[in-house]
Ligand binder design. Structure first.
Ligand code: AQP
Length: 336
């Protein structure tokens, strides 16, 4: 049984406009990994429908996320880029793994609790079993490493537990246990309206996030209206404690400009937010404008985007299909 030695799997849900959090927390790090790893970057449309989606919007978002990957610097010749639903092995393996994952493990998942809220009984089974599908995504390719944000760490640990349970039950080292790659430098970007809430596609307020479809004026407007506090910026990182909005904006500036928090504060410490926000707008526009322009250029030619996804499907399925056949054999399913 062969195991790849350095294969990455990661994905983003096509649930709306990608935002600065997706870029700084995920995509930008992937760009840096493609030289050292065999990379599979998925647009996880099956995960997207764990909450209601409009079909036309889902199709459009799938193309947008694909274009955003490539415009951000992911090379479609080097990396496999595809949408999850085209490779049926994800659903098939999720079923098999779901038969090896006790409900007690899933009951601990905090994302389900947060997303289902108080209406737990009305939440869909798909939302509940989301982490099993995520385990299938990773294990279908025997990925060795998974870049994850802090928020997805618990799901990855579950994927490792499920892989271990499967291996033990069939008494075989079939699935490698995927390692989390949590970036020390990855930024957890918070909402522009509330420094304690994650910047998110599903936040009802568009003013809470900077998206890949915002032009320079929109970016500047959102930053200008971002929530702050009345104090000037501190001169050292310790002074950001208890000031979530200031902390978030300084963190974003540093991530975009490639500076540490102390370097940012060395420049802006003692100044008011008006000066700082002008600087932040400039650096945000500088980084995002070329990406959004390239994305728009690609989206004007949907057939090109679809051709990338089709090529990605063929490459992904070529890895997935033999793995799934081996899994079915181990489970004891008679082949056609
Ligand atoms: N605010 C964030 N800061 C840093 N990283 C973030 N990511 C998302 N938001 C931030 C990272 O982006 C990747 C893909 O996320 P996803 O779309 O699959 O799901 P999500 O984490 O649930 O993102 P959203 O925007 O909050 O989507 P919705 O609103 O649809 O649930 C992940 O690597 C994530 O860490």
């Amino acid at each position: 049984m062969t195991h790849p030695t350095n294969r990455i799997f990661s994905g983003i849900q096509p649930t709306g406009n990608l935002h600065l959090g997706n870029y700084l927390g995920a995509i930008r790090n992937w760009v840096g990994m493609q030289k050292d790893y065999e990379c599979i970057f998925c647009i996880v449309d099956m995960h997207a429908i764990t909450v209601p989606q409009d079909p036309a919007a889902l199709r459009q978002s799938t193309r947008e996320v694909t274009a955003a990957y490539i415009a951000s610097g992911i090379d479609p010749d080097e990396c496999v880029i595809f949408n999850q639903s085209t490779v049926s092995g994800h659903a098939e393996l999720a079923w098999i793994l779901g038969c090896h994952a006790p409900m007690g493990w899933l009951n601990r998942m905090t994302q389900f609790k947060e997303k289902a809220g108080k209406k737990r009984d009305q939440a869909m089974i798909g939302l509940y079993s989301y982490p099993v599908l995520m385990a299938a995504d990773i294990l279908l390719y025997k990925a060795t490493d998974v870049p994850v944000g802090e928020d997805q760490k618990q799901h990855l640990e579950l994927a490792r537990d499920i892989a271990g349970a499967f291996n033990r039950f069939y008494d075989v080292e079939y699935f490698p246990l995927p390692e989390p790659r949590i970036f020390g430098t990855a930024t957890r970007v918070m909402s522009l309206r509330d420094g304690t809430a994650k910047m998110s596609k599903s936040d009802p307020s568009d003013m809470s996030r900077i998206t890949f479809t915002d032009d320079a004026d929109a970016i500047a407007g959102k930053i200008r209206r971002a929530k702050t506090d009345p104090e000037p910026l501190p001169s050292e990182a310790a002074g950001l404690e208890g000031r979530p909005e200031a902390d978030n904006l300084v963190g974003i500036y540093g991530a975009l400009a490639g500076q540490t928090v102390d370097e940012v504060l060395a420049e802006f410490g003692g100044k008011g937010f008006a000066d700082f926000k002008r600087g932040l707008s400039d650096v945000a526009v500088q980084v995002l404008s070329p990406i959004t322009a390239e994305m728009q250029r690609m989206l004007a030619d949907p057939a090109y985007v679809d051709s990338i996804l089709h090529k990605g499907y063929e490459r992904a399925n070529a890895i997935a299909a033999p793995n799934l056949a081996e899994v079915k054999e181990l489970v004891g399913f008679l082949a056609r």
